[in-house]
Design a binder for this molecule. Structure first.
Ligand SMILES: Nc1ncnc2c1ncn2[C@@H]1O[C@H](COP(=O)(O)OP(=O)(O)OP(=O)(O)O)[C@@H](O)[C@H]1O
Ligand SMILES: [Mg+2]
Length: 385
């Protein structure tokens, strides 16, 4: 018999996850390991997270009935994607006191890139110069000079919704929709920091990591942990990441993306209110994975150590170009022969060009050797339809 009134019902906590993608899958798998009951809502039956769930609810992230069903099946609800109905979640959590972490009010802020940046700026956290604009026209862009970055306020991910306007001629290619403009930062490196904050306000911060992106699509390609930057920059990046989560009073784990400019300046780009692609390395490389940490944080449990046990490189395994359909993996045996490599496969029914199908993490005391192995993975592993 489950007692819903207990402050912390662990180990019988019923967890609801909105979103059944790879993040939900790794969260659900960890939740099962920790003895939670897991319900997942996703539009696709047999979703990656659904494989680990006790209950799969098939429905849209904006379907009030399905959201309500999930909330009623759970003692605490979380999500693996930001593009869900925050307004409805706010209403049901206010009306019935359901625990939804991170809070729907926070999610609403994060869904709007402009409001998110406003809050960071108000808290004195360094961000690139930015401005909300009604029209992406020459006059607006001129306030920044070219190149300038246009960002859609709502709905962007994996670089969709971001447009670098290099010259006034590019204005014709500007994206339609509610936008903000942002100063173009000449980047030395892109960095990320995972931060956890529990329902009790306990906070823990992971190592600073380095993200390298692959064009096209701006999908994380190679992740290097720890980042190859000075200790003082690492400390500063961690302080800034912690300040972001404090500013939002967030509960859960958060992926804070930062820029290191060519002038050596650290700026916050954005925050993800959930486990993050840049935190997958924590599964093998840290004392507590980002997924376990997230569950601890939202369930009101003590947070775990974020100690980095080994340097690591993480590589996303993306669907091959022009390949759509049930996936076939080539080169797996050779891949698994690489020392220190862990293979993760998300169980998606179909591959598509550049779709995230899995990832590998390579542990090695020598980061250059781990990077060599990662380059080898890219040569040998192919995901075809
Ligand atoms: N002000 C900027 N100056 C230079 N490059 C930028 C700037 N803003 C964004 N970029 C580039 O565009 C990428 C995508 O931007 P951003 O992270 O804001 O969008 P996103 O679609 O939410 O990304 P994702 O979902 O991949 O995290 C960044 O990782 C960076 O490479
Ligand atoms: Mg980003």
């Amino acid at each position: 018999m489950i007692n819903l009134n207990r402050e912390c019902a662990y180990p019988f906590l019923r967890l609801g996850i909105i979103g059944g993608g790879q993040l939900g899958r790794m969260m659900a798998s960890q939740a099962k390991q920790m003895g939670f009951y897991v319900a997942v809502l996703d539009p696709t039956p047999n979703s990656p997270a659904g494989h680990f769930a006790d209950v799969e609810i098939v429905g849209d992230f904006y379907d009030p009935q399905k959201l309500q069903e999930l909330v009623h099946a759970s003692e605490v609800v979380t999500y693996d994607i930001e593009h869900i109905d925050a307004v409805f979640l706010k209403k049901i959590s206010a009306a019935s006191g359901f625990r939804i972490h991170p809070a729907p009010e926070l999610l609403e802020i994060i869904q709007d890139k402009w409001r998110q940046k406003e809050i960071f700026a108000q808290h004195g956290i360094p961000v690139p110069r930015f401005q909300q604009v009604d029209e992406v026209d020459f006059a607006a862009c001129q306030r920044f000079g070219f190149p300038v970055v246009q960002k859609l306020r709502f709905g962007g991910y994996d670089g969709r919704g971001v447009k670098i306007l290099s010259t006034p001629d590019d204005l014709v290619t500007a994206l339609p929709g509610n936008s903000m403009l942002e100063e173009y930062v000449a980047l030395e490196k892109e960095l990320a920091v995972m931060v956890a904050r529990s329902t009790h306000g306990e906070m823990k911060c992971y190592a600073v990591v380095e993200m390298q992106f692959a064009a096209p699509g701006n999908i994380l390609d190679i992740l290097v942990a720890p980042a190859r930057i000075s200790e003082s920059l690492q400390r500063r990046a961690q302080e800034m990441a912690v300040a972001c989560v404090e500013a939002l009073q967030g509960v859960g784990v958060f992926g804070v993306e930062l820029f290191l400019s060519q002038q050596g300046q650290l700026l916050v780009n954005e925050i993800a209110p959930r486990p993050h692609n840049s935190g997958h390395y924590t599964i093998e490389a840290c004392a507590t994975s980002q997924f376990e940490q997230h569950l601890r944080a939202i369930a009101g449990l003590p947070l775990g150590s974020t100690q980095l046990l080994s340097p690591a490189v993480m590589l996303n395994l993306l669907g091959g170009p022009n390949q759509s359909g049930p996936p076939v993996v080539e080169g797996l045996a050779e891949l698994l022969a690489i020392p220190g490599l862990s293979f993760h496969w998300y169980g998606k029914a179909e591959t598509r060009p550049l779709r995230k199908m899995g990832h590998v993490t390579i542990l090695n005391e020598n980061i250059d050797i781990a990077l060599q192995h990662a380059r080898r993975v890219k040569e040998i592993l192919k995901i075809r339809a």
